[in-house]
Design a protein around this ligand. Structure first.
Ligand code: NAI
Length: 425
């Protein structure tokens, strides 16, 4: 394998490792679900003999998942799923683990990014764990010889699940994939609260500007959008929502937000956050209508939601005005500020730490039990699969116990009543 690991690429790997270890230890300390799963996996070693390939945002919480899979007996090879979201120290700390090899490096060019992906696949995975579907795509398109040994995979995010469903519809998905994103313990917390909190805090930290008194335009009122909208309103911003789906638009309207097309919102917003998973949501046409000084941020998976080429064509000049803030100056003097190169701001801005730890404890708890299910379960056909409900419940129960929250249990009479169609008048 020619591709250097992170350790081979860093000038002072020991220092980086130390900083990374601290971040991982802090995260792990606040992840009761992963702690409980680690205990079980450490004792039972369900992944003995397996090789897990991961393409994820390589930061502290992901590192805990990676370690737990290794502690379950797997060999793990990991790389990034975004050129800007890797924390090199965390990556180096992982690489020092005897069962983990990390190729993830921050701020690499496209060639190095894909070479790292290739090197990860060179380990010959039996399970893949993706955030955005990159490993699955690479295996199907470039490395079909690996299909024989892969028993299945897990997908973390909405955009990845969309891509997998499109593959599945075309009959092109040749191994089973769990749509981890779509399960309640992930989507109702990670996408809503995680993206909401992390996006706003990263916009605030990157710009040092306030939300109060501003108009925040949220493009897309899906799981992520509703989190961003709610938290922005909670910080005293006026929120305007744009949508293309009538029921989602109506939901936003009934929630009390103003809903209008982007062409109109463009004239009103101070801060724009895209959360659609789509492309060209903010275009040059919209920018033409924007005020001087607006801030554009993306929280969707790929950096195509803001049309940066269109913006570049309009601009007379561009320059970095703060770490993570690029100013595009228009010929009429207006300044349009783009955060984190239009990449998902909560993971790719210079101060980014990703979602809060507690939220990722849930998401990665689901990932861990899904990996166990792929190798231990009854076997799944190729295609996209929902996470089995009992796995989602298992993780919820661990979390409730950790939080010290008790809930009622159905009585036999209640269970019978709920299952019956004959009771009632
Ligand atoms: P979702 O499917 O629930 O919501 C997306 C919404 O955007 C839908 O309501 C859709 O109708 C709307 N939309 C699509 N095109 C639009 C357009 N041109 N203008 C306005 N609205 C439009 O998806 P979810 O779960 O909210 O995810 C959104 C994106 O965020 C995905 O790319 C996902 O992978 C990513 N994501 C990012 C995270 C982060 O850490 N920043 C965390 C979780 C997901």
């Amino acid at each position: 394998m020619d591709q250097p690991t992170i350790t081979e690429q860093l000038e002072t790997p020991a220092e980086a490792r130390e900083a990374g270890r601290k971040k991982i230890a802090w995260a792990r300390q606040h992840m009761p679900i992963m702690t409980a799963i680690a205990e079980e996996f450490g004792a039972e070693r369900p992944l003995e003999g397996e090789t897990v390939a991961m393409a994820m945002h390589v930061e502290a919480k992901t590192a805990v998942l990676t370690e737990v899979l290794a502690e379950a007996g797997a060999e793990v090879a990991i790389t990034g799923c975004n050129p800007l979201s890797t924390h090199d120290g965390v990556s180096a700390a992982l690489d020092a683990h005897e069962r983990i090899t990390s190729y993830a490096k921050h701020d690499v060019d496209d060639e190095a990014y894909y070479a790292a992906m290739e090197a990860t696949l060179d380990h010959g995975p039996t399970v893949t764990v993706d955030d955005g579907g990159d490993l699955v795509m690479a295996i199907h398109e470039d490395r079909p010889e690996l299909l024989d040994s892969v028993v299945g995979g897990c997908e973390e995010t909405t955009t990845g699940v969309h891509r997998l469903r499109a593959m599945d519809d075309d009959g092109a998905l040749n191994y089973p994939m769990f749509a981890v994103n779509d399960t309640p313990m992930k989507r109702l917390f990670d996408n809503v609260h995680g993206t909401g909190e992390a996006t706003l805090s990263n916009v605030a930290m990157t710009t040092n500007l306030s939300f109060a008194g501003k108009t925040v335009v949220v493009a897309g009122y899906g799981y992520c959008g509703r989190g961003v909208a709610k938290k922005a309103a909670g910080q005293n911003a006026d929120v305007v929502v744009t949508e293309v789906e009538p029921r989602r638009a109506l939901e936003a309207h009934m929630e009390g937000y103003e809903v209008c097309p982007m062409a109109e919102a463009a004239e009103r917003g101070d801060i724009f956050v895209t959360t659609t998973g789509n492309r060209d949501v903010v275009t040059a046409e919209h920018v033409e209508r924007m005020d001087d000084g607006v801030v554009l941020a993306n929280a969707g998976h790929f950096n195509v939601e803001i049309d940066l080429d269109g913006l570049n064509d309009l601009a007379e000049s561009r320059r970095e005005v703060r770490d993570g803030v690029e100013e595009f100056r228009m010929p009429d003097g207006r300044r349009i500020n783009v955060l984190a190169d239009g990449r998902l701001v909560n993971l790719a801005s210079p101060v980014a730490m990703g979602h809060p730890v507690e939220v990722m404890d849930q998401s990665f708890g689901i990932q861990a039990v899904c990996v166990r299910e792929l190798v231990d379960g009854d076997g799944y056909d190729p295609g996209v699969h929902e996470v089995p409900d009992e796995l989602d419940r298992e993780v919820a129960e661990i979390k409730l116990a950790a939080e010290g929250v008790e809930i009622d249990e159905l009585t036999d009479a209640q269970r019978e009543y709920m299952d019956s169609w004959q009771h009632g008048t």
